[in-house]
Design a protein around this ligand. Structure first.
Ligand SMILES: Cc1cc2nc3c(=O)[nH]c(=O)nc-3n(C[C@H](O)[C@H](O)[C@H](O)COP(=O)(O)O)c2cc1C
Length: 174
């Protein structure tokens, strides 16, 4: 179960170099895609961008319905992260394929993933084509986190093809 939090707090819970699973499409037809090209563009107001290659099925879904959910995995969710990045939603329902439960969003029609600890609901306001990806920049309109809280040390970082847990804290900013 998750409880509502402020969009700003939800956005700040994202680890650096995260890999997320993005929901696109509408309602029961929500598809999932693993995305490493994810970046915070603004904290106030909160904007986040995802880079999607035009060849992805998710790309056509985003063009059709400019909304998406960002679902941030924990270390327990690695099979789903790799799975959603290996097959196309054109032929597979990734929720049932990878044992994930769709979570109704509060402000958009696209579903989130119940099992993942953080979900951000976003509405696309801008898209920018850069090389081989198009960046869809969305305003975060709602955020939810696990009712029990998020253990930051259990979120997943992705760097140079390796999935990692965040390590030692070197220093705290004053
Ligand atoms: C770790 C990882 C990161 C990925 N990052 C991206 C990305 O940032 N952008 C993108 O378009 N595809 C990315 N992919 C590839 C897509 O997830 C993959 O092609 C997926 O099967 C497309 O699904 P779809 O056809 O249902 O949209 C990534 C895959 C993995 C495994």
């Amino acid at each position: 179960m998750k409880k509502s939090t402020s969009e700003k707090k939800g956005l700040r819970l994202l680890p650096h170099f995260p890999t997320v699973v993005v929901g696109t499409g509408r309602g029961d037809n929500t598809n999932l895609i693993t995305v490493a090209l994810v970046h915070v563009f603004s904290f106030e107001p909160p904007y986040i961008g995802i880079g999607i290659a035009p060849s992805r099925y998710s790309f056509s879904l985003l063009r059709d319905n400019p909304e998406f959910t960002i679902n941030v995995p924990s270390s327990e969710d690695m099979a789903a992260v790799i799975g959603c990045g290996s097959v196309s939603g054109k032929s597979v329902d990734k929720f049932s394929e990878f044992d994930l439960t769709p979570q109704e969003s509060t402000k958009i029609s696209t579903r989130g993933i119940q099992e993942f600890p953080i979900t951000l609901e976003c509405r696309v306001e801008k898209d920018v084509s850069v090389g081989d990806h198009v960046w869809f920049i969305g305003k975060v309109v709602s955020a939810s986190v696990l009712r029990t809280g998020v253990d930051r040390s259990d979120l997943v970082l992705y760097w140079a093809g390796e999935f990692r847990r965040p390590g030692e804290i070197l220093k705290k900013r004053k």
